[in-house]
Design a protein around this ligand. Structure first.
Ligand SMILES: C[S@@+](CC[C@H](N)C(=O)[O-])C[C@H]1O[C@@H](n2cnc3c(N)ncnc32)[C@H](O)[C@@H]1O
Length: 225
C-alpha cells in the first residue's frame, strides 16, 4: 500500500465524522448508530440523505452546502475515497456531513426502518452482465423500501444508458412513481427546472467530469418508493 493511502487511512480513524464499522459489529445486531443517526451522530433532527458509492463525496458535500437543512451520509467501501470527502467536509466546516465506510450490501445493518429520506446513486457501476448487483436491482429496491420513510426518494444520475434503461424498466415493473426524468440532463433537464434544482443537478462528481470530458451524455431519474 502506498504511503498516501496509509496516511489517509490513519487520518480516517481520527475523524469524528467517519464511521468504519467492523464486520463483527455488523453481524452482531448491526451498527450502534442504526436507527439513531440523527440523535446519535448529527445531534439534530433533520431529513437523512444517503449517497451510495459516493467516491470522493462530491455529491454528499455539494448537497450539504446547498441544503444545510438536511443531514448527509456518503457511503463507500474505499477508505482513500472516503478520506477525500471527509477532508473536504472538514475544510468547509460542514456539520451536516458524515461518511460511512462499508459495503452497500450492509445498508440494512446500518440504517433503521424508515430512517432515510432520500438516496442518491451517482455514477454507480452499471455491472454489465450482472444485473442482480446493480444498485437499482429488485434486491436493492427492496432494501431501499425498508430504510426509506414513506414517500422517500431515490435519485439516479448516470452516464450509462444500460443502467438508466434498466432502472426505468425496474421502476415500471414495480409501479413506482417517477418525479423527474431525463435522458440528457444538461441539454434538457437543467433548462426546465427551478434554479435550486439546477444547482443540485449541476454538482459534478469526479467520474462525471471524466465522462463529460469524453463527450458522454448524462441521464437522471428521480422516483419514489
Ligand atoms: C464508478 S465509482 C463512482 C464514484 C462517485 N459516485 C463519482 O461519481 O465520482 C463507484 C464507487 O462505488 C464504490 N463501490 C463499488 N462497489 C461498492 C460496494 N459494494 N460498496 C460500497 N461502495 C462500492 C466504489 O468504491 C466507487 O467509489
Amino acid at each position: 500500500m502506498g504511503k498516501n493511502k496509509i496516511r489517509r487511512f490513519a487520518e480516517n480513524a481520527t475523524f469524528p465524522h467517519v464511521v468504519q464499522p467492523t464486520f463483527e459489529e455488523l453481524r452482531a445486531g448491526g451498527l450502534a448508530l442504526k436507527g439513531r443517526w440523527n440523535g446519535g451522530f448529527f445531534k439534530r433532527e433533520a431529513p437523512l440523505v444517503l449517497e451510495l458509492g459516493c467516491g470522493g463525496g462530491e455529491y454528499t458535500v455539494g448537497l450539504a452546502q446547498l441544503q444545510p437543512e438536511k443531514n448527509y451520509i456518503g457511503v463507500d467501501i474505499k477508505g482513500a475515497r472516503i478520506w477525500r470527502g471527509a477532508k473536504t467536509a472538514q475544510e468547509l466546516g460542514l456539520a451536516n456531513v458524515g461518511f460511512l465506510r462499508t459495503h452497500v450490501d450492509h445498508i440494512l445493518e446500518c440504517f433503521g426502518p424508515g430512517e432515510v429520506s432520500e438516496i442518491w446513486l451517482t455514477f454507480s457501476d452499471p455491472q454489465i452482465g450482472k444485473a442482480r448487483k446493480r444498485l437499482t436491482s429488485p434486491l436493492f429496491l427492496a432494501r431501499y423500501r425498508q430504510i426509506l420513510r414513506p414517500g422517500g426518494l431515490v435519485h439516479l444520475k448516470t452516464d450509462s444508458p444500460l443502467l438508466y434503461e434498466y432502472t426505468l424498466e425496474q421502476i415500471a415493473e414495480h409501479k413506482l412513481p417517477v418525479h423527474e426524468q431525463s435522458g440528457n440532463v444538461y441539454a434538457d433537464l437543467v433548462r426546465r427546472v427551478p434554479p435550486q434544482e439546477q444547482a443540485v443537478l449541476n454538482i459534478r462528481t469526479r467520474y462525471e467530469e471524466m465522462w463529460l470530458a469524453e463527450g458522454r451524455t448524462i441521464h437522471y431519474v428521480r422516483f419514489g418508493m
